[in-house]
Design a binder for this molecule. Sequence first.
Ligand code: PBG
Length: 322
Amino acid sequence: MSFPKTRLRRLRKNPILQKMVTETTISLDDLIMPLFVCSGSKVKKPIGSMPGNYQMSVDNIVDECKQLVDKGIKAVLLFGIPAHKDETGMVATSDDAIVQQAIKAVKKEISDIFLIADICNCEYTTHGHCGTIVNGDVDNDLTLETLALQALSFARAGVDMVAPSDMMDGRVGRIRLALDDHGFSYLPIMSYSAKYASAFYGPFREAAESAPKFGNRSSYQMNPANSDEAMREIALDIEEGADIIMVKPALSYLDVIRRAKDEFNIPIAAYNVSGEFSMVKAAAEKGWIDEKRIVREILTSIKRAGSDIILTYHARDMAEWL
Ligand code: PBG
């Protein structure tokens, strides 16, 4: 069927009809807001490279979570900035570590929130790498043990889901085993399955104080040039017990999200990362773009690509705009 019998503009003329045939919609139910918790009290320290985001002490995290839930953002991802770091990230495995304190405090005060904890060592190690260093590189199997301990401690604190972001081989399986062995069989794992070694994480590393002191993460995070390999990563994570898989970053990897959606039958999350967020904020501050429209378009594109869930620093603003 072709022109003039078919006129695609016909469906665009009436706004009510146009809405009816809209294929992709963003709901606050799909969004996860990342937050950064630090030690101290009454701390709310602006993160320069991520306007509108803060390092917050536990008391302020609780307040922030209350406000988010009131606005309709019910899922939060917690990152920790500890007072002290160590060589292997063991500081993060203690039951009174910073994220665990936040989990307990938030859960005590707020009943209808879904709390997710990021599992990784980079915020907790003195060298800023995601695991235990042996001969100048992160040792995979040693790191699995610290990750499993971190997961268990988050579970004991009452977290609703854990999200390993370290990119060690076998970590989903190791964490699943630890959780199952300790009575947490129903705690879901959202795995950062296809996480790329990306320059888009730049602002986050200021936020989480987690930049590597030497080298980079390319011996464990993925090469941005590869998408076949992403499918292998995802397949392995599903086999190991991941409940949700994630592609990260989002915008430069929409093709990977779409491939994952087509190849696997599992919920997909995408992380609209710090660099993607900060570029929008910077251009908006300069008055070069219409922030509201751009953010809507970006989040819609990530969903259209096939993502069910979006982790985004725009979540708070979206709650105001939707
Ligand atoms: C920790 C982690 C990172 C991000 C999420 N978890 C940083 C990194 O891998 O260097 C990035 C998030 C963002 O840029 O918004 N491994």
